[in-house]
Design a protein around this ligand. Structure first.
Ligand SMILES: Cc1cc2nc3c(=O)[nH]c(=O)nc-3n(C[C@H](O)[C@H](O)[C@H](O)COP(=O)(O)OP(=O)(O)OC[C@H]3O[C@@H](n4cnc5c(N)ncnc54)[C@H](O)[C@@H]3O)c2cc1C
Length: 402
């Protein structure tokens, strides 16, 4: 910058200028939430990788006001705009614990927003309010053993019986599935129809004593390649009775409702990928400045320096793209093409960055203690969850009328 005393304009690489979507209030949240994550969560990342993250994190986040950031004050939230969600996901990336970040994001950005948007006042009081306080933990049930990408192919049924619906079927790969108090469940109320037979319900999974409700069981806890800190479960529903007032949104419109939910999920996932990539980049940069080979820090080799240049360019491009798409989404547009592009680009980005960072670490990159191998394993899920790369390409390609 040119100043009064010096007319010479020099590059300012250390500038921390915020993006135009963020106000001083967003930045204040960033500061306080990031320091909470670093102080109370990050130190546990190795322990939670072995044992899973504990439920108290949700209660603590609720007490600190981090769950209700974008929900109205009348439900215990802070009434902030959508960009607070992005800041929250960015702050969570400092935990170094992908499984925790995913479990929290399911609660804050996937299962609860549909209750806020579509729920009756009664549903909001019974599920949204305690979720914001961190007293209830939520999950989202779309995927089934026989249908993932093809949501219209699900087989779980909810058949009306008087004032109740009776649910039968199974769900798999459900994040928070083993711990959740309730689930936002995608069902078929009319199995003879495809998209138009789908209906959402809010379903209690536990009774007041914390026991599974009659007919519900966690049939399997699943072992995974990464995200070990999160619980991923297969769930079984056998004649589970749900009051009719737990229907979420409109009967038969669940496909469109869940498609809306997926847009927010993909955007928040995309920013999680970008900030996850930033964290691995930063750690690796430090390493490249310290580790020496042939008498100099490895970062001084052009081959390595260019890897950083490539990665940072991709990260910056992805970040700007996600912010701009989020700005459009928050301002009333429904930019499904760009959300899908951002999700695709950011998911591939974090996988590529984690891979390069392992390479830069050499043999140490393959060792657990340096945490880049964990980032690599955790990152891989992003090209599958919330819509695979191939499904994103389908959505983008079809948006051109092809
Ligand atoms: C750790 C983890 C956590 C998860 N958490 C949740 C959760 O909380 N809730 C939830 O509901 N789900 C969850 N999922 C499920 C996830 O969203 C699905 O795995 C994903 O949508 C893909 O579905 P699928 O696994 O059935 O794959 P499939 O749909 O069987 O796809 C298999 C392959 O075929 C490709 N394919 C399918 N259809 C097409 C097509 N039309 N064109 C081109 N290629 C195609 C896919 O891209 C993929 O490569 C989670 C998954 C994992 C692994």
């Amino acid at each position: 910058m040119a100043t009064a005393t010096s007319p010479v304009i020099k590059p300012d690489h250390s500038s921390q200028r915020k993006h135009f979507i963020f106000t001083d209030e967003h930045e204040q949240l960033r500061e306080s939430m990031q320091s909470w994550v670093l102080k109370e969560l990050t130190p546990h990342r190795f322990e939670w990788e072995e044992e899973g993250w504990p439920d108290w994190v949700v209660k603590r986040a609720g007490d600190l006001g981090f769950i209700g950031l974008c929900f109205p004050e009348e439900y215990g939230g802070q009434g902030g705009d959508y960009f607070y969600s992005l800041v929250r996901a960015e702050c969570m990336s400092y935990s170094g614990c992908g499984g925790l970040n995913m479990g929290m994001a399911v609660h804050t950005d996937m299962a609860t927003p549909p209750i806020h948007l579509l729920g009756t006042e009664d549903l909001k009081q019974r599920y949204l309010v305690p979720s914001i306080k961190g007293e209830k933990i939520s999950s989202l049930g779309i995927t089934e053993p026989g249908a993932g990408s093809d949501v219209a192919g699900i087989r779980t049924t909810a058949i009306r019986d008087g004032d109740e619906y009776v649910i039968n079927g199974s769900k798999t790969f459900i994040t928070n599935g083993a711990r959740a108090d309730f689930i936002v469940l995608v069902t078929k109320t009319d199995p003879s129809k495809g998209h138009d037979g789908i209906t959402l319900f809010v379903v209690d999974l536990k009774d007041q004593d914390g026991n599974p409700v009659p007919g519900f069981s966690v049939s399997r806890k699943l072992e995974k390649m990464g995200m070990h800190a999160s619980d991923t479960a297969e769930l079984a529903f056998e004649d589970v009775r749900v009051p009719a007032e737990n229907l979420l949104g409109e009967e038969g419109k669940g496909f469109y409702h869940i498609s809306w939910e997926l847009q927010g999920e993909r955007l928040v996932g995309a920013i999680g990928c970008v900030s996850g990539a930033e964290r691995v980049f930063e750690r690796t940069l430090e390493y490249a400045k310290e580790r020496e080979a042939f008498g100099r820090p490895i970062g001084r080799f052009q081959a390595i320096r260019h890897k950083f240049a490539e990665m940072s360019t991709q990260i910056e491009a992805a970040k700007q793209f996600v912010y701009t798409t989020a700005w459009r989404f928050a301002n009333g547009e429904y930019p499904v093409r760009e959300i899908s592009q951002a999700k695709l680009f950011a998911s591939r980005l974090i996988c590529d960055v984690a891979d390069e960072c392992i390479q830069i670490h050499g043999g140490y990159g393959y060792m657990k203690e340096y945490e880049v191998e964990r980032a690599y394993r955790d990152a891989r899920l992003n090209r599958i969850g919330a819509g695979t790369d191939e499904i994103m390409l389908e959505v983008i390609g079809r948006s051109y009328g092809l």
